[in-house]
Design a protein around this ligand. Sequence first.
Ligand code: UT7
Length: 332
Amino acid sequence: MVYAAFRSVGSYIPKNILTNEDLEKIVDTSDEWITKRTGIKTRYIADKEESTSDLGLKAAKVAIERARINENDLDMIICATISPDFFCMPSTACMIGKKLGVSNIPSFDISAACSGFIYALAMAKSFIESNMAKNILIVGAEKLSAIVDYSDRTTCVLFGDGAGAAIISATEKKEEAIIDVNISADGKYHDYLITPGCGTNNPCSEEAIKEHACFMKMKGNETFKVAVKTLTNDVIDILKKNGIKSENIDHFIPHQANYRILNAVANALKLKDEQVVMTVSKYGNTSSASIPMAMSDLYEQNRLKKGDLMLLDAFGGGFTWGSAIVPFSPFN
Ligand code: UT7
């Protein structure tokens, strides 16, 4: 039997910092409002000439090095993003492959918004368990600053740029195996979190640009309510299904959208503060990159050890959602 093991994680944080005080100068907002409602203090913004694949590439290189493999050992690249380098094609995964210097391996993007990293994990697990791949690079990379409307205070204070990546490899050791991944969606909420223009539904035009339709729009409060309920039920279900108690989880690593959402889910699970990984104050919401960025921080702080059990949980536009129970299984 072949299993899928989570071998390594890496991240890349762009160098430009955007503080709440900076945003106070752009829109009618305040550090007090942003902090109280979201927990966000800063977010990081990519350079103009840095594309999403540049961010993903840098995170991928760290993950590859930490997995003690090299680029040529990869046999698949999956990139989760809602801010791809190019509209339609080529995929950001293809661009990461090109920049890594690897070719002739399947490379493709996944569009599942903030749940994208868990969707990519589910795909990697399936490809490995069906013997179609041995070492898969999964990336969550976002240059959200390119699709944020900096005249809309209801969204621009929330999002940041960044990337995270992981190596998922084949193993015969059951104790190293990813225990379970659950992914799901419900398109009836498609207009709660949406980029209404510049797709085939409303192609790019002078009017679409004038209406700021090519930027993200969110019904924040409505999204908040569905997010809390869905994220909570999702993790309760996956723990129950696998007979694992919340006290046995070493690190709860949720998508970082809002500290109030994270606290509500953590309280429902009766998790202790030290079990909950919270990076939203530093990075804001980086969509598909937020979980691997948070995980990489944990690793760099020497808090993620071999055998530690991680519980992942994400929710995003679509709506999509997903959860996973993952032991950290580096090669040594
Ligand atoms: O990552 C994918 C999933 N995303 C999420 O799960 C995000 C879910 N939503 C949220 O995190 C929260 O709903 C927000 C942080 C987006 C908003 O917080 P809220 O407590 O739901 O606020 P609200 O939208 O109900 O707005 C409350 C008030 C409104 O004013 P009135 O109508 O009460 O006068 C807004 O106009 O706050 C106002 N407001 C702001 N004020 C200052 C909205 N944005 C701002 C702002 N600064 N940036």
